[in-house]
Ligand binder design. Structure first.
Ligand SMILES: Cc1ncc(COP(=O)(O)O)c(C=O)c1O
Length: 391
């Protein structure tokens, strides 16, 4: 065959996606509770100020810098410091998105056929990114009884000679679970002892629902192992269209220096981040508290309504997340997740993600985005609670 095995053997959509496309084509009034793009949901953005930041006259000059412009890296470090975690501009590398950053880290750490440990359930992003770099993913279970926390003995069981890194999602999507201090210390020791790197995806870190002194960012030491922390404007500032992500590198001094040098070499081969975006980044980060406030108002309102509505539903419950932009609905296991999603879609025009999309270890979960407009979300809730009562 002409094409490499890095792209899937079949690109045909799954059953749910096919049904959704057919219903949309037939004009069905679908209520979409899977939305993840905040720019399409009528969230209040300081639009003029966001766009004005792109008018910087310095953008007329091309100054290729593999790590990214210092001014943008300083603004990012300052943002993290404002969140209570020190980040060093000299340890940051800019990329076009967090997804691109993953690809760079796989290139940095893995030869074809090497493996990375990834959490399950979690956002189904790693598998395709890893496949694009001929890297295997080995899933490690997050433990439902530990509120989907991490169990180091499970990692220990799964590490093999070709394992190169452990991926964390902090907070995890969709379970919302944050990394906690005690596990972080043990994980650092484990990774250092096993010669593994840690990749912590912290795109939703700022969206916690409550304070927790045990919560940590991977930016916080001790960094006994080589540690990469990923984030970006797509979630932090609700600006996925601007395409700016970053990698922060920490770890033992010589390993860290070499990782940074090699990452710089990879970044230099692509130089994906445009000048206007790099010049605008500092201003966008100044606007970010306002944007986050708008997003939080939206997600908090929807979560409150979800809890109130489903709380009175009886045989279903909301698994209150610690953070993030979505909530998990636990539904009776009289149907599979796919059957639930299909039934809601075909009979009631509601599009919710089935738990299997995130690879939950068991049936009984549907995932709802908290981003939709309040009136759309309320309309969906009325339908859903009616259906759940009848089950
Ligand atoms: C956990 C997680 N990481 C990364 C991404 C992708 O982020 P980016 O837009 O920066 O590629 C997403 C997108 O939803 C996500 O949920």
């Amino acid at each position: 065959m002409l094409f490499s095995g890095r792209t899937p053997a079949s690109l045909s959509p799954n059953r749910l996606t096919r049904v959704l496309a057919e219903l949309k084509a037939a004009g069905a009034p679908i209520i979409d509770l899977t939305v993840s793009n905040p720019t399409r949901e009528d969230i209040a953005y300081p639009r003029e100020e966001i766009l004005a930041a792109l008018q910087d006259t310095r953008s007329i000059t091309y100054e290729p810098t593999a790590r990214g412009l210092l001014e943008a890296r300083e603004a990012i470090a300052e943002w993290h410091a404002g969140q209570g975690v020190a980040a060093d501009p000299g340890s940051l590398i800019l990329a076009g998105s967090t997804s691109e950053a993953y690809g760079w880290l796989f290139k940095l750490l893995c030869d074809p056929g090497d493996a990375v440990l990834v959490p399950r359930p979690s956002y189904p992003l790693f598998e395709c990114l890893a496949e694009l770099d001929s890297v295997q993913v080995v899933q490690y279970p997050l433990i439902e009884e530990l509120a989907w926390g991490l169990d180091i003995s499970e990692l220990d069981r799964l590490v093999h000679p070709r394992t190169r890194a452990i991926v964390l999602v902090n907070p995890n999507n969709p379970t919302g679970t944050y990394l906690k201090r005690d596990i972080w210390l043990r994980l650092q020791e484990f990774a250092a002892y096993r010669g593994l790197a840690i990749i912590s995806d912290e795109v939703f870190f700022d969206y916690a629902w409550r304070q927790d002194p045990q919560r940590v960012s991977a930016l916080q030491g001790p960094h006994l192992a080589l540690t990469f922390t990923l984030s970006g404007l797509s979630k932090i500032s609700g600006l996925p269209q601007m395409k700016l992500g970053w990698i922060h590198v920490a770890g033992p001094a010589s390993l860290k220096a070499e990782a940074l040098e090699r990452l710089e070499w990879i970044a230099d081969s692509y130089l994906p981040v445009s000048a206007p975006i790099q010049h605008a980044a500092a201003r966008w980060l100044e606007l970010t508290p306002r944007i986050q406030n708008s997003i939080r108002t939206r997600t908090a309102g929807n979560l409150e309504n979800l809890q109130a509505a489903v709380g009175s539903g009886g045989n279903c419950r909301v698994r209150t997340p610690e953070g993030g932009w979505c909530a998990m609905l636990e539904v009776p296991r009289i149907h599979s997740d796919e059957e639930w999603a299909l039934m809601l879609l075909e009979n009631h025009s509601i599009w919710l993600q089935p738990g299997y999309f995130y690879d939950f270890q068991r049936e009984g979960f549907l995932v709802a985005s908290l981003l939709p407009r309040p009136e759309v979300f309320q309309a969906a809730l009325q339908r859903i609670t009616g259906i759940l009562r009848s089950h």
